[in-house]
Design a protein around this ligand. Structure first.
Ligand SMILES: [Zn+2]
Length: 330
């Protein structure tokens, strides 16, 4: 814990005694390099991932280092080109699929600047949640940089909707001094129905790693069979997803959280929203949203120039609760 954190948490007396230091809320990157090897969920291909520190104001940038000429794809809503099964970003002819879980981990740990070198067109699925990425990022260590963190503060409500009746889905952002999410799913499946279908999470709680990051992606055997016949989900299985048949969970260890399904949707939304390139200060509420609608929401926000502003915090007392601290491990 740094002196900066102590000042932000401390009582008036501690504040008065603390040495004069730069208290602006700073950007963060990794302290050292971290590596992982895994398979892509859809391609089943082996892929290597190398996470590297990046200078201030770089943002999070994927680098396809397997191509003859490495291609850099920075995190920007406009680079999202496919959202059918996962969030895919592309630039020129180069793409990276399934970026949402690692992006969720980066958002959860408050990382601003990072190079993600990747040797294939899909992020490895690892255990199907964000917890392996949290572990990788924390193993490398997180350091503060000499540049203020820039936030996108939502100043009025922005909403997107699709479908009607039983197919209705929507997502919205509203002003909030912090970042919180409320998500509701509506699955008629027996198992999902018996668990919570609505969850709320406030990033200021500092409990992302413990309460959200471990939630795995999920699928149904029927779907998986169909997807495999189309050459998808080739890397998927019981070690990286919750798999259900018509009546039960097939994973022998059961669920990691009672409401793991909807928590995974929150995990995905955190990752999808972080593709905007800066942390949001907003309340996100969604009903049956997914990667496509989350991206549509970001694009809608960006087109409404009067609905947001870029802000920094001169001192941590002004920052939202919990934002000055580096996220807790577990
Ligand atoms: Zn997911």
């Amino acid at each position: 814990m740094s002196a900066i954190t102590l000042i932000a948490r401390g009582a008036g007396r501690l504040r008065a005694r603390a040495p004069k230091i730069e208290a602006v809320l700073q950007q963060r990157t990794l302290k050292s390099i971290s590596r992982a090897v895994g398979v892509g969920l859809h391609s089943g291909q082996r892929v290597e991932l190398t996470l590297r520190p990046a200078p201030p104001d770089t943002g999070i940038v994927f680098r396809r280092v397997d191509l003859p000429e490495p291609v850099e794809i920075p995190m920007e809503a406009q680079f999202v080109t496919d959202t059918r099964l996962a969030s895919t970003i592309s630039r020129g002819g180069a793409k990276v699929q399934t970026v949402e879980h690692i992006m969720s981990a980066c958002a959860g740990l408050g990382l601003d600047n990072l190079y993600i070198d990747i040797t294939a067109d899909e992020v490895p699925i690892l255990d199907g949640s964000a917890s392996s990425f949290v572990f990788l990022l924390q193993s490398a260590g997180i350091v503060q940089q000499k540049a203020p963190r820039r936030f996108i503060r939502v100043t009025r409500m922005v909403e997107v909707r699709e479908g009607e009746g039983a197919n209705e889905k929507w997502a919205r952002l509203e002003p909030y001094h912090g970042f919180k999410l409320a998500f509701e799913i509506d699955f008629s499946h027996k198992v999902v129905n018996s668990t919570g279908q609505r969850v709320e999470f406030d990033m200021g709680s500092g409990s992302y790693s413990r309460d959200i990051a471990r939630a795995r992606t999920f699928g149904f055997t029927k779907e998986v069979e169909y997807m495999r016949s189309k050459g998808l989900a080739l890397g998927g299985g019981l070690d990286n997803a919750i798999v259900m048949d018509d009546t039960k969970v097939l994973n022998t260890d059961g669920l990691r959280y009672d409401d793991e399904f909807v928590k995974h949707k929150i995990l995905d939304a955190i990752g999808d929203l972080y593709i905007i390139g800066k942390p949001l200060l907003a309340a996100y509420t969604a009903f049956r949203s997914g990667h496509a609608l989350n991206n549509k929401l970001l694009r809608e926000l960006l087109t409404q120039r009067d609905a947001y502003e870029i802000v920094t915090f001169e001192n941590e007392a002004q920052a939202p609760r919990g934002f000055a601290e580096v996220a807790r491990a577990w």
